[in-house]
Design a protein around this ligand. Structure first.
Ligand SMILES: [Zn+2]
Length: 312
């Protein structure tokens, strides 16, 4: 006799097949596939890139972009990552079929999508593309690359991605540090925008009337200051400045100026609040002997703290 599937189980395993009696067939234990799924999940969360404004409509979907072009490359990266995390000297291989299954399972059951080698500029650079092109079959046959040369090119790509991920991790650690100790450390990052998008006058469509005319070139730069009092900054400069390293130095100087003046304003504000509080307390102490005693105690304790600091 067929029975209706358990609703809770149905919800958990939406696409699971039914048993002969109509119950939901629970997925069996698959140690090897589960290991790869686990690895892929954590690796992509730790090293993947996300779009700030995702294009897909489902909010539940979590989309990560990885810099690897092929699954084989990703498999090698997973093995290396696992060895680093578990401090083991023996590589345990990741099989292609399991990796494919893991990628599919993450997408199906956790709405976790993984895209390889996409054109998301944050994740890939021109060097990534160049190294990928060197191991394409057409390039290999045209330039008659030997097996050893191909292996070297693949190694170059692995090293390049590893370096990029290390740089990213370093930058993330500095950002976290700056936000934890904003009084001692700021972390500033800046980038300029393509000038053709910001020249004036600017029309939403291509306009042939202004095509032959000289237009005002406006160069927009954006910056983040982690830990600083002004976290997001936008700066403009015009065609009288050359876009070279001195502009970069000038921009950083200008950013520091803005941050510092805001920092000083805030410091003065804080000092004013502290003074006002002290005055209010002093006024209250005239009528309340307990507060007066507190103030005397604090005044007595303060010098000892200072000598303690001097001593250390
Ligand atoms: Zn790259």
């Amino acid at each position: 006799m067929l029975r209706t599937p358990d609703k809770e189980l149905r919800r958990q395993y939406v696409h699971a097949p039914l048993t002969a009696r109509g119950a939901v067939r629970k997925p069996g234990i698959a140690v090897k596939t589960d290991r790869v799924t686990d690895l892929l999940r954590h690796y992509s969360r730790a090293n993947g890139c996300h779009r700030p404004n995702p294009k897909h409509k489902s909010l539940a979907r979590f989309h990560t972009y990885l810099p690897h072009k092929e699954l084989r490359e990703l498999a090698d990266a997973l093995v290396a990552w696992e060895m680093e995390r578990t401090k083991s000297a023996k590589p345990v291989p990741v099989h292609m079929s399991r990796l494919k299954a893991a990628r599919y399972a993450l997408r199906k059951h956790e709405q976790h999508w993984i895209t390889l080698g996409s054109k998301v500029s944050l994740m890939r650079c021109a060097t990534c593309d160049m190294l990928d092109n060197m191991v394409k079959p057409s390039f290999i046959s045209e330039y008659r690359r030997t097996g050893q040369e191909i292996a070297q090119d693949r190694l170059q790509k692995d090293l390049h991605v590893a370096t990029a991920l290390r740089q990213r991790a370093f930058f993330d650690s500095l950002k976290a540090k700056a936000m934890a100790e904003p009084e001692t450390l700021w972390c500033i990052t800046l980038d300029g925008m393509d000038q053709s998008k910001t020249q004036l006058p600017h029309y939403p469509r291509y306009n042939k009337i202004t095509d032959g005319l000289e237009r005002l070139k406006v160069h927009a730069e954006g910056g983040f200051c982690f830990g600083g009092p002004v976290p997001i900054m936008g700066l403009l400069n015009f065609s009288d400045l050359r876009k070279d390293s001195s502009l970069c130095v000038l921009t950083v100087e200008r950013m520091l100026d803005i941050q510092w003046s805001q920092f000083m304003t805030l410091a003065e504000e804080r000092q004013r609040v502290r003074d006002a509080k002290a005055q209010a307390r002093a006024a209250a102490a005239i009528h309340d002997p307990a507060i007066a005693q507190e103030i005397r105690d604090e005044a007595a304790a303060a010098p000892s703290v200072h000598t303690g600091e001097m001593g250390t």
